[in-house]
Design a protein around this ligand. Structure first.
Ligand code: HEC
Length: 473
């Protein structure tokens, strides 16, 4: 078809069809009405080129795709959409193109089943199952003696001895098992050998809202394990009563400990505008002392009305939080909406932008904002569009994988991937998918043996595994 014909096609769609006004809502409809006639219903190409491959006219950056859609590429027959589609809708189209391209590309990667060697960029790797459980293993961490603690989201804390014995810890706090809630993070104190403290986060039912529905919060406690029982519990943080309205979403919540400070994340609880509101705990990373006192040098400690525990804000739902082993920087992974999962470097008092800026769109394909950046808001160090559903992560500090020293391993739920990030001067210079297709990867930790441990769960069988990665030689 000639250039004129392309234009005629598009003019008839853009100017005549009433679909376009409607189509401003969901990206699937916008694409169908405005783009599919040339690029194909599945972006595979037709009259115009494929939007799935990685062959681009201008490098394929977000900016070049946005410009192509806005201004068109008139001499090739790509019409301009700046006057018919809003900036925020054009942003959703870029996310949509990324999603489709990613689907096409990552289908190729598939890790073999457990106990079979496979190659990665720097190491040959082998996998073996350490344990399995019914339900979702949400978090795990090692005690100094090599025993492993892990939580089951349904409300249990377990201790897996290095001799293979397994015991459920009795009398842990009752959790509100709803939506994404339940028993969440567990972390022993870095001085565990001296003080015996273990930190736990969980969702807790606190009452009913005005329509009679259960509501709850993210609760932060610490306690000790004696004779396989949870004892000496202390409450470290509970949000003020006036803010309780979570119905089951975006609880957070991971820990990082640096010196005397305990950092924890509280997701936006499904109230996205709360992330910019300093009077609520939602959409924030908080900093308290390990005993629950609030440090006076917290950034909003003296601001009237603000919650004194807030360390950063504009964080949608951070489910990975970790202290760098040598620099002590705090890093977080944060679930974006549809697109725009983030890796952030967490620094005092900063605004990470949600929901005023994001690389993503709403789950239904409607826009959130055209802005991926605004003055006064932090950019992520790295972002994933489409979303991989970023979860727990950790730096590798063991001695078995010599080429992975200091690399950051990040679990992905939706894409069932384990990512290895190499970070240099606060920039991600490698993002390698190490493993894919074995399960939803929710937590990662370096074992005292030097192996890399990951948790994975399978939605079909409703079971979880802890799997060890070791060098395959
Ligand atoms: C009338 C036909 C036509 C329509 C309708 C159309 N395009 Fe295009 N588009 C083209 C042509 C032709 C090109 C030039 C390169 C090629 O052939 O792929 C192009 C190029 C592009 C590029 C740049 C690709 C690159 O290599 O950098 C993007 C992105 C794009 N189109 C997206 C869209 C989107 C999104 C829509 C709907 C809002 C759309 N197009 C509607 C014909 C069309």
């Amino acid at each position: 078809m000639k250039k004129k014909d392309y234009l005629a096609t598009v003019l008839s769609i853009v100017c005549v069809s009433p679909l376009v006004a409607l189509a401003e809502t969901r990206v699937e409809d916008v694409f169908k009405a405005n783009c599919a006639s040339c690029h194909g219903a599945n972006l595979q190409g037709g009259m115009a080129g494929s939007l799935l491959d990685s062959t681009w006219l201008n490098g394929g950056t977000d900016k070049s795709l946005t410009n192509a859609i806005k201004q068109g590429i008139v001499d090739r027959g790509m019409p301009a959409f700046a006057s018919s589609l809003s900036d925020e809708t054009i942003r959703t189209l870029v996310v949509y193109i990324r999603e489709a391209g990613y689907r096409a590309e990552s289908q190729a990667i598939q890790t073999p089943t457990l106990n079979k060697k496979f190659n990665t960029q720097h190491h040959t790797v082998n996998t073996r199952a350490i344990t399995s459980a019914k339900g979702i293993i949400w978090a795990m961490d090692f005690l100094p003696n090599g025993d492993l603690l892990y939580t089951l989201r349904k409300g249990e804390l377990w201790l897996l001895g290095k001799d293979g014995s397994k015991v459920q810890i009795k009398h842990t706090p009752e959790v509100w098992q709803r939506g994404q809630g339940g028993m969440l993070d567990v972390m022993p104190d870095p001085d565990y050998a001296q003080n015996g403290w273990i930190y736990l986060s969980y969702s807790k039912k606190t009452g009913k809202n005005s329509s009679g529905r259960d509501i709850g919060i993210t609760a932060i406690v610490r306690g000790k394990i004696k004779n396989n029982q949870w004892v000496e519990q202390q409450t470290l943080f509970e949000a003020p009563q006036r803010t309780h309205r979570n119905r089951g979403w975006h609880f957070g919540s991971r820990f990082a400990i640096s010196g005397d400070y305990l950092f924890f994340s509280n997701g936006d609880e499904g109230q996205q505008n709360d992330a910019q509101d300093l009077t609520t705990q939602n959409g924030k990373i908080h900093r308290i002392y390990k005993d629950g006192r609030i440090p006076k040098d917290n950034p909003f400690f003296s601001q009237s009305g603000a919650l004194k525990t807030i360390w950063t804000y504009g964080n949608r739902n951070p489910q990975g939080l970790v202290k760098h082993p040598t620099t002590n920087q705090i890093w977080s992974t944060e679930h974006g909406p549809r697109g725009g999962d983030e890796l952030n470097l967490i620094s005092k008092g900063l605004n990470y932008g949600w929901p005023k800026v994001t690389f993503g769109m709403n789950y239904d394909g409607t826009p959130i904002t055209p802005h991926t950046n605004l003055p006064g808001m932090q950019q992520p160090i790295h972002q994933w569009t489409p979303s991989i559903a970023v979860a727990g992560m950790n730096f590798y500090t063991g001695n078995r994988f010599s080429q992975w020293q200091g690399d950051l391993f990040v679990g992905s739920l939706a894409k069932t991937q384990l990512h290895r990030l190499r970070i240099k001067n606060d920039q991600v210079i490698e993002d390698e998918i190490i493993l894919k297709g074995l399960g939803r990867i929710r937590d990662v930790v370096t074992a005292p043996t030097g192996e890399l441990y990951i948790t994975m769960n399978d939605r079909q069988t409703k079971t979880s595994k802890i799997v060890a990665l070791s060098p395959g030689k």
